[in-house]
Design a protein around this ligand. Structure first.
Ligand code: NAD
Ligand code: WQD
Length: 341
C-alpha cells in the first residue's frame, strides 16, 4: 500500500514514516521544508535500510499535488503539513488559515479528483477548546480554542465532516494528539525546533545541553496538585504507531465511510514540575528554572480518555515517562544543533 505523507520531514512525520516503513508500507513524502530538513528522512532511510521518495512541494499548490498523484499510485494520505506555533498564529493568523485550512482543502480537492478516499488528519487536543471537562472524550462537541492555530484544527475537522457528508466514498480519520515528546530510541531523529522553542520539552533539553540558561515555568498558582499545569505527554514513537494502527483500522474496515475521531494520549496528566524532576533524574543533573507569570491561553490541566483508540485501533501508549525523558536527552545530546551537522 502506497501512502502519501504530507509534512513527513517534520517531527511527528519523520517518526511516522519510520514506523510505516517498518510495517511494510510504501511511503512518498511531500513537504515544503518550511519547518524541517530533508536530513530527517535520510536518517530514517539509514535506520530502516529502506528508501523514502521525497518531493519538495507545497500543499497549497494543486498543480504540484496533482503531479504527485499522477506519478505515484497513492492509496492513502496522512496529512501532517501545517504551521503549529500557537503564539505565532495570533500574530499571523492569515498565514495559519491559508496554510492549515486552505492547504487542506486543496489536498482534499486533488484527492477527490484522483479518487483517493483514505485520509488521516493530524488533529489536536486543542479542538476541545477551553470549556470542556477533563478527561477529553471524542463524544464531546468541538470547542472554541483561543488561538487561530487551534481554530484552524477545528475548521479542518468541520471540513472533513462536510466532505464525508457529500462524498459517500470518503474514509477519514482525525487523530487528536495530546502532547507528543521524546524521540526515536536511536537518538538519530527527534524534534528540531527553529529558534527559541515554544514547547516545554525542547526548551528543557536545550537548557540541559547548555544552549539556554534556565527554564521559565509558566505559573505555579494553577488549581492543580503542585500549582503548575498538567498535560498528557506521550512518546512520539507511540504516536507514530498510532498512525500505523489507524491505517490498519481503515484497511480492516472495508465498509467504513465517513470520518471518525480518536484521541491519542496516555490518559495521565503530568505537571511541569514533575517533568523537570523526571528529566533531571534521567540526565543526573539539575535543570535551572524560575517561575514566571502564566502564559496567555494555557489551560490548567487536560488529558485524554484514550479508550476509543485502545479498543477500536488496538492501540495503546506503552512507553514510560522515564523513556520519554531518556530518549529526548539521547537525541538532544547527540545532536545539540539538531539536523544542522
Ligand atoms: P513540524 O513543523 O515538525 O512538521 C510539519 C511539517 O509540515 C514540516 O516538515 C513543514 O515543513 C511541513 N509543512 C508546513 N506547511 C506546509 C505546506 N504548506 N506544504 C508542505 N509542507 C508543509 O510539526 P509536527 O510537530 O511534526 O506536527 C505535525 C502535525 O501534527 C501538524 O499538523 C501539527 O499541527 C499537528 N500536531 C502537533 C502537535 C505537537 O505538539 N507537535 C500536537 C498536536 C497536533
Ligand atoms: C506544556 C506546559 C506550559 C514552555 C501545545 C499546543 C497544543 C499542542 C501541543 C499542537 C504548559 C509549560 C512550556 C516553557 C513552561 N500542539 N511551559 N515553560 O501548550 O500544552 O500544547 O503543544 O496541536 O495545541 O497548545 O504544550 O509544550 O507549549 O507546554 O512552563 O518554556 O509547559 O505552560 O503548561 P501545550 P507546551
Amino acid at each position: 500500500m502506497k501512502v502519501l505523507v504530507t509534512g513527513g520531514a517534520g517531527y511527528i512525520g519523520s517518526h511516522t514514516v519510520l514506523s510505516l516503513l517498518e510495517n511494510n508500507y510504501d511511503v512518498v513524502v511531500y513537504d515544503n521544508l518550511c519547518n524541517s530538513s530533508v536530513e530527517s528522512l535520510r536518517r530514517v532511510e539509514k535506520l530502516t535500510g529502506k528508501s523514502v521518495k521525497f518531493i519538495q512541494g507545497d500543499i497549497c499548490s494543486k498543480d504540484d499535488l496533482t503531479k504527485v498523484f499522477n506519478q505515484f499510485n497513492i492509496d492513502a494520505v496522512i496529512h501532517f503539513a501545517a504551521l503549529k506555533a500557537v503564539g505565532e498564529s495570533a500574530e499571523i493568523p492569515l498565514s495559519y488559515y491559508q496554510n492549515n485550512v486552505h492547504g487542506t482543502v486543496c489536498l482534499l480537492e486533488v484527492m477527490q479528483q484522483q479518487k483517493v478516499h483514505n485520509f488521516i488528519f493530524s488533529s489536536s487536543a486543542t479542538v476541545y477548546g477551553e470549556e470542556s471537562d477533563v478527561p477529553y472524550v471524542e463524544t464531546m462537541k468541538l470547542g472554541t480554542p483561543s488561538s487561530p492555530y487551534g481554530a484552524s484544527k477545528v475548521m479542518v475537522e468541520r471540513v472533513l465532516a462536510d466532505t464525508a457528508n457529500a462524498n459517500k466514498e470518503f474514509r477519514g480519520v482525525s487523530l487528536r494528539y495530546f502532547n507528543p515528546i521524546g524521540a526515536h530510541e536511536s537518538g538519530a531523529i527527534g524534534e528540531d525546533p527553529k529558534g527559541i522553542p515554544n514547547n516545554l520539552l525542547p526548551y528543557v533539553a536545550q537548557v540541559a545541553v547548555g544552549k539556554r540558561d534556565k527554564l521559565s515555568i509558566f505559573g505555579d498558582d494553577y488549581p492543580t496538585q503542585d500549582g503548575s499545569c498538567e498535560r498528557d505527554y506521550l512518546h512520539v514513537m507511540d504516536l507514530a504507531q498510532g498512525h500505523v494502527a489507524a491505517l490498519n483500522w481503515l484497511n480492516r474496515n472495508d465498509e467504513f465511510r465517513g470520518v471518525e475521531a480518536f484521541n491519542l494520549g496516555t490518559g495521565n496528566g503530568i505537571s511541569v514540575f514533575a517533568i523537570v524532576k523526571a528529566f533531571e533524574k534521567a540526565i543526573n543533573k539539575t535543570i535551572p528554572f524560575d517561575v514566571s507569570p502564566r502564559r496567555a491561553g494555557d489551560l490548567p490541566a487536560f488529558w485524554a480518555n484514550a479508550s476509543k483508540a485502545n479498543k477500536e485501533l488496538n492501540w495503546q501508549a506503552t512507553r514510560s515517562l522515564e523513556q520519554m525523558m531518556a530518549d529526548t536527552w539521547h537525541w538532544q545530546s547527540n545532536n545539540p544543533n539538531g539536523y544542522l551537522v
